[in-house]
Design a protein around this ligand. Structure first.
Ligand SMILES: *[C@@H]1O[C@H](CO)[C@@H](O)[C@H](O)[C@H]1NC(C)=O
Ligand SMILES: *[C@@H]1O[C@H](CO)[C@@H](O)[C@H](O)[C@H]1NC(C)=O
Ligand SMILES: *[C@@H]1O[C@H](CO)[C@@H](O)[C@H](O)[C@H]1NC(C)=O
Ligand SMILES: *[C@@H]1O[C@H](CO)[C@@H](O)[C@H](O)[C@H]1NC(C)=O
Ligand SMILES: *[C@@H]1O[C@H](CO)[C@@H](O)[C@H](O)[C@H]1NC(C)=O
Ligand SMILES: *[C@@H]1O[C@H](CO)[C@@H](O)[C@H](O)[C@H]1NC(C)=O
Ligand SMILES: *[C@@H]1O[C@H](CO)[C@@H](O)[C@H](O)[C@H]1NC(C)=O
Ligand SMILES: *[C@@H]1O[C@H](CO)[C@@H](O)[C@H](O)[C@H]1NC(C)=O
Ligand SMILES: *[C@@H]1O[C@H](CO)[C@@H](O)[C@H](O)[C@H]1NC(C)=O
Ligand SMILES: *[C@@H]1O[C@H](CO)[C@@H](O)[C@H](O)[C@H]1NC(C)=O
Length: 474
């Protein structure tokens, strides 16, 4: 009785504290917008492009962007893509550029693989993700860029992925498949108000980037299409993903940071990732995933407002011995799931290694993971939470989770430690570990900047929180 009364007070209190935080969770992207004024603008047709869906326009895109380079130091420029069907191979962007699509513009990826040149593998992967060696360059590509906006009034970028999925399924690929958009070593990037369709591989891949905002994006690919991940921030910091709808064949959002020994030695983490208001459906993936490539480390992730339907996994962390790295300080809240096979899954034996040179003793550290305020209907299994022998995953905290589950064995846990509160069906006993660990859940607090006013409140708040939790656990 006493315990539950304290918890009620506690939970109300948590809500008050959180509502202060949610207003600042977008801090990393607060100055970013898709509506920067560019003093110079050209239209793709001025460079000879033909929007008939048949003429290859790679040269027109390249020439337009080459021309706009001369305005980079004069406030930047815009390339406008008018209504039409613009077939093209891979092309590269420049800094201080807005690529803006009309609502009826469709940029279509060529179905001739030679229009997608091959390039070096990422240093943090050591090889192509699906085949050793080089990989195809993304349809829209960038390297060393700053101040780039890719936007439109919901215009479309269509990768014509079916031919790539077919090559993949029949073993006819020579190199790893391309993404729709990949930006490397870039900063101040906005991708907004567009529809991405039928990507050959992952859709949006910022890698070694910082200050990236992705919002109001729709991503569509058949539910059975292979590896058509939605948005994959990879070894990137200060990334915000808001207001997106994704229906695809693999993870809706997957946060990554390199693969085994290559990721460990490249050592470029993903951190400060803010995600909110995402709706999605994925037959074979997860609503939100971290890993399996996480060897450079992933920390300070905050995801709120996720709606996941008809999917295999809701929330997933994937790793394996050999990965090294860490996943720490993850806060996921306000999630609804409908018809999801596995609501929460943490996997320590994911496997998939780039080669046989990985260090079997490189064990990942998985700690400070909080998942709360989750409601699920028609869920298969509530949770499968599996750590690694000799490497318990710690401070896994699950709170205010209510799932209507079909399985007689809703939770299965091993080699994990943590804490749970108000979980239905009741979670496994591994999540009641009092093993000397103070039962305080990570709450997103440490990712808050000092300059926020609410900070002083928060200090006292979390002190009180500690006290309450201690009381409650007595
Ligand atoms: C993007 O779409 C949102 C929602 O429809 C709208 O509020 C916003 O103004 C749009 N932004 C741009 C740059 O078109
Ligand atoms: C990117 O910038 C680095 C450092 O300035 C430079 O060494 C490299 O050549 C640049 N790469 C490209 C493709 O521009
Ligand atoms: C954008 O287009 C997609 C695909 O046609 C559609 O599903 C989505 O509702 C559209 N979004 C907006 C904001 O109009
Ligand atoms: C792979 O290479 C072979 C030989 O060069 C070529 O015929 C084939 O079209 C290539 N496949 C793809 C998907 O590019
Ligand atoms: C949530 O995102 C959807 C697009 O998926 C958008 O239409 C809606 O306005 C967003 N809601 C809020 C509260 O911003
Ligand atoms: C539930 O999701 C599965 C795929 O995971 C799908 O095949 C099935 O049709 C969905 N059921 C309903 C009632 O939508
Ligand atoms: C528990 O989670 C549900 C669903 O997210 C939310 O509506 C409710 O307010 C939460 N309750 C508390 C006490 O935080
Ligand atoms: C690892 O966690 C299990 C519970 O899952 C616990 O029984 C065991 O004592 C823990 N091992 C260590 C070394 O803390
Ligand atoms: C886990 O979170 C707590 C605050 O909730 C923090 O004090 C601690 O340093 C975090 N642990 C790690 C490994 O970051
Ligand atoms: C993450 O965000 C915090 C707070 O805004 C900031 O102090 C820190 O420098 C950021 N980390 C990175 C790697 O940018």
């Amino acid at each position: 009785m006493k315990r539950s009364a304290v918890f009620q007070f506690l939970l109300v209190f948590v809500i008050i504290v959180q509502s202060q935080w949610s207003s600042v969770s977008g801090i990393y992207c607060k100055d970013m917008t898709a509506t920067v004024y560019r003093p110079h603008s050209v239209t793709l047709t001025e460079f000879g492009a033909v929007g008939d869906g048949k003429t290859l326009n790679t040269k027109a895109f390249q020439n337009a962007i080459f021309y706009l380079n001369s305005f980079a130091d004069k406030g930047g420029a815009q390339l406008f893509v008018p209504a039409g069907r613009w077939l093209t191979g891979s092309f590269s962007l420049i800094s201080h550029l807005t690529l803006s699509l009309d609502k009826d513009a469709v940029i279509i990826g060529s179905s001739d693989s030679s229009d997608w040149p091959v390039m070096d593998p990422l240093p943090s992967y050591g090889r192509g993700r699906e085949l050793p060696g080089e990989r195809h360059q993304s349809l829209i590509f960038g390297w060393n860029l700053t101040d780039v906006i890719i936007t439109g009034a919901n215009g479309t970028i269509d990768g014509q992925g079916d031919i790539w999925w077919d090559w993949f399924q029949h073993g006819n690929l020579n190199y790893t498949r391309p993404h729709l958009i990949e930006l490397m070593y870039s900063t101040n990037i906005v991708i907004s108000n567009l529809t991405f369709k039928n990507s050959p591989f992952w859709n949006i891949h910022p890698v070694y980037c910082s200050q990236v905002l992705v919002e109001y994006v729709t991503i569509l690919a058949p539910l059975d299409s292979p590896n058509t991940d939605g948005i994959n921030p990879d070894s990137s910091t200060n990334v915000c993903i808001y207001h997106c709808y994704v229906r695809n064949g693999d993870d809706i959002i997957a946060i990554k940071s390199g693969w085994d020994e290559y990721g460990i030695s490249f050592a470029r983490p993903s951190s400060n990732i803010s995600i909110s208001n995402i709706t999605g459906e994925t037959r074979g993936g997860a609503g939100i995933a971290i890993g399996s490539e996480m060897s450079g480390g992933v920390s300070n992730v905050r995801a709120e407002g996720l709606r996941i339907v008809n999917s295999l996994h809701g929330i997933r962390i994937k790793t394996a011995p050999g990965r090294g790295g860490y996943v720490m300080n993850v806060y996921i809240s306000d999630v609804s799931m409908h018809n999801v096979s596995r609501a929460i899954r943490i996997t320590g034996n994911y496997g998939e290694h780039p080669d046989n040179n990985y260090d079997k003793n490189a064990l990942p550290v998985i700690s400070n993971i909080t998942i709360e305020n989750v409601v699920g209907v028609n869920v298969g299994i509530a949770g499968i939470l599996e750590g690694i022998r000799g490497d318990n995953f710690s401070r896994i905290c699950i709170s205010n989770v209510s799932l209507s589950v079909q399985s007689m064995h809703p939770w299965s846990c091993s080699l994990i430690q943590g804490y749970s509160n108000s979980v239905t069906p009741e979670s496994c006993e591994e999540l009641n570990s009092d093993s000397g660990d103070t039962p305080v859940c990570y709450s997103g607090a440490s990712s808050l900047p000092l300059r926020i006013q609410a900070y002083t409140h928060r200090i006292s708040a979390s002190g009180l929180l500690d006290t309450l939790l201690k009381l409650a656990s007595m």
